[in-house]
Design a binder for this molecule. Sequence first.
Ligand code: HGY
Ligand code: MN
Ligand code: MN
Length: 426
Amino acid sequence: MAVEPFFDALPRARTVMARCDLLARFSEEDDRLTRRYGTPTLRAAQDAVAGWMTVAGMTVRRDAIGNLIGRYGGEEARMSFPPSASRMPPLLIGGHLDTVRDAGKYDGTLGVLVGIACVERLRAMGEDPVCAVEIVAFADEEGLRFHTAYLGSWAFTGTLDPVLLERTDADGVTVAEAIRAFGGDPGAIVTQGHDLDRYLGFVEAHIEQGPVLEAEGLPVGVVAAIAGQTRVAVTFAGEAGHAGMVPMALRRDALCAAAEFVLAVEDVGRTTEGLVATVGQLAAEPGASNVVPGRVRLTLDVRHAADAVRREAVTMLLDRATAIARERGVAASFENRNDNRAVACDPNLTARLEAAVRATGYPVRRLVSGAGHDAVALSARMPVAMLFVRCAGGVSHNPAESVTVEDVAAAIEVMDRVIGDWSGED
Ligand code: HGY
Ligand code: MN
Ligand code: MN
């Protein structure tokens, strides 16, 4: 289906960029962008997005965990203008509005805002999309608050492990309490299913967060698969002591044990083909310059496209932590916080996405994503596909994250075509 040249994507891309700038102001911290699940700043960002959805002719709702969902077409659209007679199940498009700490402004938001830009075209053209379009802004993909990935999308699919509802954040607030405080209903989460079997599938436009598209001079790429990831909370417990009085040979210094482990993590990552392993958070207690650290809590993040390789690396690293602890007279303990298998994108939906990329005038470059995405959780219940958008230097999870308006326009055109692609099917 030819996308009307009249509705050139560039002006809409400029609007997307401006909206990313605006959403970046909704942060829990004055000097950097941090927006966790269940916070007033996430709510404020959602309210801004809900406003844009409403103006675009969408009906807007929140589900039991607080994901924001806009819908264009289908029954609800009959009351909207123009009356729509969408006859096919909805195509789900979206991203996430929560962020990491000191985040960039495109990770997650781009998928939501590109989707809204496509609906704005449908509305302006008076298009009657054969497939209704739902735009979802997941409320927690990063897991910054509870150290769990995909809380929003697991809940959306009705497959959230109820055990997670008792998971606590740094302040001892449980997921269930945070859901209630955010206006959600933890009891409804396990049962809500959003008629999942009726969705044509889920497509997200997301920054690549890597250097390949830029290195090859391509504005967009297509995700073939998403690597599996394991997140473990590791604790080394030694003995706090007076920095001036405890002889070096008698110390049970938890931070020295942790430091040796951090370098072991780096070594396994460097020597295992295709593996990445990271210690992203580390806290030494009691945290005083004249006290030998008695306890260290750190996070381990291990990823690989092959689940067996990832799991073997995790086992090896936890065994290494146990050995280091024994040699240093400290104790090592572990809590598996998150374990997600690798996911291949749906071949049929990906073929449609690839056709849209070609029709927009670009070659198809398939990539494996080392970054996790909500498509992992959704893949259990519907076909998923992802479009990558070039980002400068591949930098992400960093305030320097950036994209060009031209590449956003390319992504919008591709997504216009993905939506329009069903117009030939009744
Ligand atoms: O951690 C990830 O890969 C994603 O950004 N949540
Ligand atoms: Mn991210
Ligand atoms: Mn993301």
